[in-house]
Design a protein around this ligand. Structure first.
Ligand SMILES: C[S@@+](CC[C@H](N)C(=O)[O-])C[C@H]1O[C@@H](n2cnc3c(N)ncnc32)[C@H](O)[C@@H]1O
Length: 310
């Protein structure tokens, strides 16, 4: 569980104990969430790991299997949770999440309204951003999804910062008791324009709304609705480009014309040399970097708007 001190401050500066949720890290693209239980084992290609051996170790520890293989036990931060959670719906990923938290100006103590909850990916990061004194009220009309999200927030130790309610936000709007109290509102709904008038009523003066939509037609209709009570309306698409790094060795004859690495001496390290066909030959250490072939493409559009001053 995400540990909380009495002031609800999230901290991992402690040792792993029975019942904690840890992220078992094999590599950056192979992780899973495991609840630590005395007497249980984790079995994978590296061997058998006894949970009992994990108890009392700091988060981040490297632990060994019966065969000498190893994994790392990482703390269940929102960033990692987003990568391992069960996908019951489409979810927001960390690139969009970071942008949302910045542009919604979310700081500790904020009161946030969100709909729909979905798999709770965004909610988890919102909760950490408002901790220790703020709160996230999240609404989904799907009862089972809401219940599973509640269970997840218990597991990740964030339940005191999040309230999940079952409600049709497009049909009924947000509950009236939040009128004028929300610092920000986030919508990830199929027809956000239906919820925008209610979202406007919930926001404090100067409050900011964000709506996430995969299709540009949804953005257009949302913007039409936003024009009534909102200003500073802007839509963004955030794309992440990551890079693969490959290290290797190759033979080089000194004819570097046309060789992209030839003009980059800082990228290579000469290790040995000799002669071939009368030419100087060297074995070089190369580092090649290229954009990942499996880069995530379009996720959705993020539309932000600020409530007009009265
Ligand atoms: C794409 S998911 C949200 C994913 C979430 N942002 C995340 O990061 O995990 C959209 C959710 O909106 C909910 N939803 C759809 N229409 C709704 C409505 N009228 N009122 C409340 N929730 C609704 C769906 O049940 C679904 O769980």
């Amino acid at each position: 569980m995400l540990p909380m001190d009495p002031t609800k401050k999230i901290s991992f500066q402690r040792l792993i104990s029975e019942g904690d949720l840890v992220i078992v890290y094999e590599r950056h693209d192979h992780m899973k969430a495991v609840k630590v239980c005395c007497g249980s084992v984790l079995q994978n290609r590296f061997g058998v790991f006894q949970h009992t051996d994990w108890i009392g170790k700091p988060f981040g520890s490297k632990v060994l299997s019966n065969k000498g293989g190893f994994v790392y036990l990482l703390a269940p931060t929102p960033e990692l949770w987003t990568l391992v959670l069960s996908h019951r719906t489409q979810i927001l990923y960390i690139v969009d999440i970071s942008f949302v938290i910045s542009y919604l100006e979310i700081v500790p103590g904020c009161l946030i309204l969100e709909s729909g909850t979905g798999s709770g990916s965004l909610t988890t990061s919102l909760a950490r951003a408002v901790a220790p004194y703020g709160h996230v009220y999240t609404f989904d009309f799907h009862e089972q999804r809401a219940a599973l999200a509640r269970e997840d927030f218990e597991k990740t130790g964030l339940s005191s910062l999040i309230t999940v309610e079952v409600r049709d936000i497009q049909g009924g709007g947000f509950p009236e008791n939040f009128c004028g109290l929300a610092d920000s509102v986030f919508l990830d709904l199929p027809q956000p324009w239906l919820a925008i008038p209610s979202a406007g009523k919930m926001l404090k003066q100067d409050g900011v709304l964000c709506s996430f939509s995969p299709c540009i037609e949804q953005v257009q209709r949302s913007c039409e609705s936003l024009r009534t009570n909102f200003t500073d309306i802007r839509t963004f698409e955030v794309l992440l480009r990551s890079y693969e790094v490959q290290e290797g060795r190759r033979e080089c004859t000194g004819d570097d014309e046309g060789d992209p690495l030839g003009s980059l001496p800082c990228k290579r390290k000469q290790c040995s040399s000799g002669r071939s066909n009368g030419k100087e030959k060297s074995d070089v250490h190369t580092v090649m970097v290229r954009p990942c072939s499996e880069a995530r493409g379009h996720t959705g559009y993020l539309t932000f708007a600020r409530l007009k001053c009265l």
